[in-house]
Design a protein around this ligand. Structure first.
Ligand code: PHB
Length: 403
């Protein structure tokens, strides 16, 4: 018996009040069993996220913060009980289509949430463009998802890969850096994050000395660090995240480069990983759409509630999960749980205003957040707010044809 059924049964319900006369008569002969109100079917939310591998912690924070947002509002969506169906995508693009189909075709989920890795997200985008399932992307920044392959049923609650990197160009230029080496994992997120930085930096007149890329999710950095030492650039800009970010920051420090060739990155370099990086991360400047010490009340409450619920500290991934939950609550309330009313559901999502721990944000026409990007600095093992590096930044959304 479901919890809903049980709670309804404990209330005295008049049969006549809820059944028409004919139906009551027809039902009367079989009414030896206790009577229950017909409930709307549970709303199925598919969660396709990494629960293993280098991005496992990211997937867990997204999941736990999303359910926290929904549970804060009573645990239902649009008045319907929620059934979560999870798939571990392992951040493995070659299994992306198969895993997506498990949820979309096999489980027939009403809403699909996922994922972290851009390559896996692109497989999800391809499937939902065919099937029409509503997809909420709570991390992966692949530009095409809200660019050339944007669609009315695809929303991203996080960022595009271009977004957090672009503002770092001006920060570094203003600090006097002119010759920069970039380094990343070789895949969509890395290429696009470095692309965002380069767009800004070369437009200002800066020069890229060399782009270095290692296969995802390799962490063999030593030979490249030796090369960086010999190239002697003014600074290095990188994209790494999760377990790879821990290893990179520690190796950079151990190679003796931190004090001689300053290291910068998008904030994924230091988000959710500072404890593991220890003193090697001290002083790093990064840009991102969140920083833990933002003084708004939503952030303070969320940080405390998330810690209480999980015993873990918040990070950008938790915030993105929380906002995904908030969006689901708002939009499904607007359509009273009727996920089949797709154009009304998508309109409610498009027009949502999310009061987020990161600050308020809205969707662009391409259905990607328009948001502030913050400059942060690691001080005593914590990311600390420095300034707004870019106010209300929207992704260029190249190729998106949504009106
Ligand atoms: C991505 O693959 O899009 C990605 C993964 C981890 C991050 C950011 C972006 O922290």
């Amino acid at each position: 018996m479901s919890p809903t059924t049980r709670s309804l049964m404990s209330r005295p319900v008049s049969r006549r009040a809820v059944l028409g006369g004919a139906a009551a008569a027809a039902a009367a002969s079989t009414l030896n069993a206790p009577f229950v109100l017909a409930q709307p079917a549970r709303l199925k939310v598919g969660l396709m996220l990494p629960y293993s591998g280098t991005f496992a912690a990211l997937g867990n924070n997204i999941t736990d913060a999303m359910t926290l947002a929904i549970n804060e509002k009573g645990g239902k969506l649009g008045g319907r009980e929620v059934q979560y169906v999870r798939v571990d995508d392992e951040s493995e693009p070659s299994k992306g289509a198969q895993n997506t189909n498990k949820l979309v075709v096999g489980e027939k989920v009403d809403i699909l949430v996922g994922t972290v890795h851009s390559g896996v997200a692109m497989a999800m985008v391809q499937v939902v463009r065919e099937e029409g399932t509503t997809l909420l992307i709570p991390n992966a920044g692949a530009g095409a998802a809200t660019g050339a392959l944007c669609a009315a049923n695809i929303f991203r609650t996080s960022f595009s890969n271009w977004q957090p990197s672009f503002p770092m160009a001006k920060v570094m230029y203003d600090l006097g850096h002119r010759n920069v080496v970039t380094m990343t994992w070789k895949y969509a997120a890395g290429d696009e994050a470095i692309g965002g930085f380069k767009d800004g930096f070369t437009a200002l007149g800066g020069k890229i000395v060399k782009d270095i890329a290692v296969p995802f999710p390799d962490v063999e950095f030593q030979a490249h660090l030796t090369e960086i030492a010999s190239l002697k650039p003014d600074a290095v800009f990188v994209f790494f995240a999760g377990g790879g970010a821990v290893k990179f920051v520690k190796d950079y420090d151990a190679a003796g480069l931190r004090k001689t060739i300053p290291l910068y990155g998008s904030g994924f370099l230091t988000d959710g990983v500072l404890k593991a990086q220890g003193p090697a991360a001290e002083g790093l400047l990064t840009t991102l759409h969140y920083v833990e010490d933002l003084p708004n009340p939503v952030n303070r409450k969320f940080s405390a509630d998330f810690k209480k619920a999980t015993t873990r500290d918040v990070d950008v991934y938790a915030v993105q999960g929380y906002d995904t939950g908030q969006l689901l609550v708002q939009a499904l309330d607007a359509v009273k749980g009727d996920v089949r009313a797709k154009s009304a559901l998508h309109a409610a999502m498009r027009n949502a205003k999310i009061i987020s721990p990161r600050g308020e944000w809205t969707f662009s026409k391409a259905q990607n957040p328009v948001q502030d990007i913050y400059l942060r600095k690691v001080v005593n093992g914590e990311n600390k707010y420095q300034s707004v590096a870019h106010k209300g930044l929207a992704d260029p959304a190249t190729g998106c044809k949504l009106a």
